[in-house]
Design a binder for this molecule. Structure first.
Ligand code: BDR
Ligand code: CA
Length: 313
């Protein structure tokens, strides 16, 4: 089968970085048409720079990286330096990238690509707040039906919130954007905290990255070490969840994941539960299913794939 054409929309972030590396290491499965950066974990000047750092680390400086929206549609940006550090990619010091940032705005790139490629052949992979995707859909409604699928990291149901008691970070930062995407009618696959909290970076898994003996392996081990400290303290778990790589892993081997096709709606008005993904997991309403909401994964299979693929870089 030909590789799936994808656009990665991202706010790196150490876990975003690992997701980008996994995609760039897997050309037989995915063709990365471009990477669009969005404001999220840290402000846009850092996320676009971090995306380029990661492409260079992968040895793929020809990857096209675009800067998209620098703020949510209607709200003030909320960032997550408390998790990812001041740069968004804290851990070992990285040199500034030398590969260029593309001149075109990320939203225009998404619109032009969806218009230029045959309908139903481009998959969007959002790993951050959904601002770029929703802005593209609002500005160019003709592209919505041309999207093959959206596979995104965001939301939570049984695990509830990580930035507020009710909401997961990516959805909370731009709930209006998430609402546009979840109502768009595009087939959605959602990787909520319910599944990503099962993709834990235990010590043996980090040791396996380090044991690769490559620059990528060493960096990924160092990033995951850094990222871990916060989540282990917070959840008392034996490692940190590697959220965003679940999106790319699903494209490579969907059999690693299990979920339910259900209705998911976004809370956009309540102060208390703003950004909550209200997931009808038990199908107690007659609201139309709009998302494959993933709840489980084969964690060892996921880490085996990740280690094998990253070892190629
Ligand atoms: C999500 O928020 C970010 O901090 C991570 O990169 C991930 O995309 C998890 O809630
Ligand atoms: Ca992210």
């Amino acid at each position: 089968m030909a590789p799936r054409k994808i656009i990665i929309d991202t706010d790196p972030g150490q876990d975003d970085a690992v997701a980008i590396l996994l995609a760039l290491a897997s050309p037989e499965d995915v063709e990365v048409l471009g990477i669009t950066a969005v404001a999220g974990n840290v402000p846009l000047p850092l996320t676009q720079k971090n995306a380029r750092i990661v492409c260079e680390l992968a040895g793929k400086p020809e990857t096209r990286v675009f800067a998209g929206c620098d703020a949510p549609i209607r709200r003030k940006l909320v960032t997550a330096e408390h998790v990812h550090g001041k740069t968004g990619l804290d851990g070992p010091k990285m040199d500034d990238p030398t590969m260029p940032l593309q001149d075109q705005h990320g939203v225009d790139f998404i619109i032009d690509t969806l218009r230029a490629e045959p309908a139903g052949t481009v998959t969007l992979c959002p790993l951050g707040p959904l601002t770029n995707i929703a802005t593209a859909f609002s500005r160019a409604p003709d592209i919505v039906d041309r999207v093959q699928e959206i596979i995104l990291m965001g939301g939570a149901y049984f695990e509830v919130g990580n930035i507020t008691p009710a909401a997961e970070f990516n959805i909370y930062v731009d709930p209006e954007a998430a609402d546009i995407v979840f109502r768009s009618g595009v087939p959605l696959v959602v990787m909520p905290l319910d599944v990503t909290h099962k993709a834990l970076t235990t010590k043996p898994r980090i040791d396996a990255f380090r044991a690769m003996g490559t620059r990528v392996g060493t960096m990924v081990a160092a990033w995951t070490d850094f990222f871990e400290r916060f989540d282990m303290e917070k959840y008392g778990s034996e490692g940190a969840p590697l959220h965003d790589p679940c999106v790319i892993a699903y494209l490579i081997d969907p059999h690693l994941f299990k979920g339910r096709h259900i209705n998911v709606e976004i809370e956009t008005s309540s102060d208390l539960t703003l950004g909550m993904t209200v997931a009808d997991w038990w199908r107690v309403t007659d609201r139309k299913p709009n998302a494959l909401f993933i709840g489980d994964l084969h964690a060892d299979g996921f880490y085996q794939m990740l280690t094998d693929r990253l070892a190629r870089l």
